[in-house]
Design a protein around this ligand. Structure first.
Ligand SMILES: Nc1ncnc2c1ncn2[C@@H]1O[C@H](COP(=O)(O)OP(=O)(O)OP(=O)(O)O)[C@@H](O)[C@H]1O
Length: 258
């Protein structure tokens, strides 16, 4: 693996939020989607997860939040083992397709679903719903029917439905896919101010550059680089060897353009 400096800029307490040790995952007996993944994610980090189609990004997220069972290895969330199928409110996954997350008659119901299932009181659920609506800027959509919303609106409502559970770590799978420029900009501005530890899987490398202070590059289920986004993503040989291109803004800065 390419050795690069690790940074934990906001992690003043030096707390490890997620620790992944020797993680392997096979979909079928002989097909390995993740091989020997070792990662430590510090509290407060913003980590980008990049890699070509099929590199294993979604599979890694599904293992991290306990939806899938590792074939080998272990995952610790705040020093406690992630047990497949066990709900852990400390971690939340925003799915690539908001349709997979929104199924209630109204936006408000969808956002309330998580807190209600945590056994919170109706008053606390209400409080959390209003808070999540406000944080994501979609309070005006509270009484709308989720499947009638635009793609950008659905995306922010899906984020709100996870935020309402107040996770300390948020995993975003391709959050800017299918967003127009204005919705994408809103999402970037929102993610930049995120108070949580975040991991973002994306093919939108400019988004990763703007938001993340660390990037992990996956290829065929293994980590091939881990470090500073600008350093990794400006390495043309590395990027091309892993089926990616150097993002435009980094090629411009190399040529000294404004
Ligand atoms: N349900 C499944 N059954 C069998 N193989 C699967 C399944 N889901 C994913 N895979 C395979 O596992 C590998 C990793 O897939 P994954 O979806 O994690 O990649 P990804 O990096 O998220 O890709 P993309 O950027 O295209 O979304 C791929 O080779 C894929 O074909």
């Amino acid at each position: 693996m390419k050795e690069l400096t690790r940074i934990f800029p906001q992690n003043k307490l030096n707390v490890t939020a997620l620790q992944v040790s020797n993680l392997c995952f096979n979909y079928q007996q002989n097909y390995s989607a993740l091989t020997d993944i070792n990662l430590k994610i510090g509290l407060g980090e913003s980590v980008g997860l990049i890699g070509a189609n099929g590199a294993g990004k979604t599979t890694l997220f599904l293992n991290l939040c306990g939806v899938m069972t590792p074939s080998y290895g272990e995952i610790k969330l705040f020093d406690r083992l992630v047990k497949p199928g066990e709900f852990r409110s400390e971690i939340g996954l925003v799915f690539q397709n908001p349709e997979d997350q929104l199924f209630c008659p109204t936006v408000r119901d969808d956002i309330a679903f998580g807190p209600e299932n945590m056994g919170l009181s109706p008053q606390e659920v209400q409080h959390r719903v209003n808070e999540a609506l406000s944080l994501t800027g979609v309070s005006h959509l509270a009484d709308r029917i989720p499947h009638q919303l635009s793609g950008g609106e659905k995306c922010m409502v899906a984020i709100a439905s996870v935020l309402a559970m107040r996770p300390k770590i948020l995993l975003y799978d391709e959050p800017s896919a299918n967003l127009d420029l204005r919705s994408r900009r809103r999402l970037i501005d929102f993610l930049k101010t995120s108070a949580e530890t975040i991991m973002i899987s994306s093919h939108d490398l400019e988004l990763i550059l703007e938001i993340c202070d660390r990037v992990i590059l996956l290829n065929q289920g293994t980590v091939v680089a881990d470090g500073l986004p600008a350093k990794i993503m400006s390495d043309r040989v590395l990027m091309e060897a892993n089926g990616l291109e150097v993002p435009h803004s980094l090629t411009k800065s190399k040529q000294g353009s404004p």
